[in-house]
Design a protein around this ligand. Structure first.
Ligand SMILES: Nc1ncnc2c1ncn2[C@@H]1O[C@H](COP(=O)(O)OP(=O)(O)O)[C@@H](O)[C@H]1O
Ligand SMILES: [Mg+2]
Length: 286
């Protein structure tokens, strides 16, 4: 049978042996250490790591905005970025101008602009008039605008660098859901975050520690450990051993801690939930 699944597509962005060192007043600082990764067309790749782990440096390397000390980057597709700091990204004086700025470069028809602007604002749930000055937006609203402006471009690959860091929980879910809709439409997502519950959306996770890849694999295995529950009738390895996420010093999400506690008491979960929504689905299917 011919494999037509979009997740089987070739790598669209590849980093090989990338090192980034910054010169500082004291000593050179190595922000990325020998990072090799390939982003596969159609996947949702989460990149997690603590503050200072190297996520934003990696995002800038992917954008070609940060020179590498060693290594290579290859990219075959148009990439859009949503930066951690929206100030660095917002170019328009008004909300409408900011969304249209990138769109004009793509050759979108002038008659489509209004409906695109309304559509992307609705997608991220930014309820402001298109003529609102961008300087009047809060940090969280600017983050939503930066996301809306990127969504408008319908890029093949979009890198979100902590795009939800300034958002309240409801807005966080809206941005994740907007990214999910793009992903369902075939867009490749690279989602950088410190929030491990956001791994529920990912096909694959890479954990960065001190600028190096410390884990690469399945998000569920990262959170719960490597043994799939169906091969382990007692679930003992899931409850007694440290998961990769714990070994690397990440805070285990509440949903995962709760589930592990219930596994210890004999409950069964399939699949193991990674966020409250998956937990709710487990309960519904009982
Ligand atoms: N231009 C720079 N000059 C010196 N050090 C930097 C520079 N940019 C980032 N760093 C350092 O590199 C490390 C990784 O930072 P960053 O990539 O922003 O991590 P993260 O996004 O995961 O929080 C941090 O310790 C940061 O201080
Ligand atoms: Mg960062």
């Amino acid at each position: 049978m011919i494999e037509t699944n979009r997740r089987s597509m070739a790598p669209s962005l590849t980093l090989t042996g990338v090192w980034v060192a910054f010169t500082t007043a004291e000593a050179p600082y190595t922000a990325l250490r020998n990072v090799t990764l390939a982003v596969t067309g159609g996947e949702w790749l989460a990149i997690v790591g603590p503050n200072g782990g190297g996520k934003s440096t990696l995002a800038r390397v992917m954008a070609g905005l940060c020179p590498v000390s060693r290594g290579n980057i290859a990219c075959d597709v148009p990439v859009a970025f949503v930066w951690q700091n929206p100030d660095a990204q917002i170019v328009g004086d008004t909300v409408r101008e900011d969304i249209q700025f990138g769109l004009e470069a793509t050759g979108a028809a002038a008659s489509d602009m209004d409906s695109i602007v309304r559509d992307v604002l609705a997608q991220v749930g930014l309820n402001v008039a298109p003529d609102t000055p961008t300087a009047a937006l809060s940090g969280g609203q600017q983050q939503l605008l930066a996301t809306a402006s990127s969504l408008a471009l319908q890029p093949a690959l979009i890198v979100f660098d902590e795009a939800t860091s300034m958002l309240d929980p409801a807005a966080r879910v809206r941005v994740l859901e907007a990214a999910k809709r793009l992903h369902n439409g075939g867009t490749t997502i690279v989602w950088m975050t410190q929030w491990l519950e956001e791994l529920a959306y990912a096909d694959r996770v890479i954990a960065l520690a001190d600028g190096a890849i410390a884990y690469e694999g399945d998000p569920r295995a990262f959170l719960y450990g490597d043994d799939p529950p169906e091969t382990d009738a007692t679930n003992s390895s899931l409850t007694d051993c440290m998961s990769p996420c714990e070994r690397l010093g990440f805070e285990v999400p509440f949903t995962v801690r709760l589930t592990r506690e219930l596994l210890r008491l004999g409950a069964q979960f399939s699949p193991l939930p990674m966020d409250p929504e998956q937990w709710a689905r487990c309960l519904e299917s009982r």
